[in-house]
Design a protein around this ligand. Sequence first.
Ligand code: IMP
Ligand code: MG
Length: 175
Amino acid sequence: MSDYELKPLFSRERIAAEVARVGREISSDYEGREVVVVGVLKGSFLFVADLIRAINAPVVVDFVRLASYGAEMSSAGIVEMRKDLEISIRDRDVIIVEDIVDSGYTLDYLCNKLLLQDPRSLKVCTLIDKRARREKDIEADYVGLTIEEGFIVGYGLDYDERYRDLPEICLVEKA
Ligand code: IMP
Ligand code: MG
């Protein structure tokens, strides 16, 4: 995309409200049990930062770095791990925190990989559930916001590494 514009989609207030709601859902499901939050870099870094402060239970945070996208907007379906976990998740309650689930390949890969380490439980939380292009039969347990299709940026999400710093979420549209 050479010529495009950014159209506001979700305001910072809307994002904050949904993050607070998801935090409440997780707090009531785990009720005082320690949760290991596994953030998927880079896109989830702001969501993780806000979500862990909205969870009313002891939280441990770690990150993995996965890559499935190049500079363009569609998935190659090939996932690569560029940074692994640094803590043990064996016998622990784990929640994967993703920025966005699109085809589902990234999440499918990560779930299978983490399950090999025998966590006590494994759930998935995504800020955005993008429905239209799902290829893997996989659903997040906790969802912040849902969109049908389109490419979005802001609040951690990038287009070719740009716009992660936007406080709101915008749709990238052809100008
Ligand atoms: P999936 O493997 O197709 O589900 O893609 C998941 C990854 O693709 C996410 O973690 C994002 O990094 C990236 N991605 C998918 N859709 C978007 C989008 O609309 N904006 C920014 N990144 C996206
Ligand atoms: Mg990305």
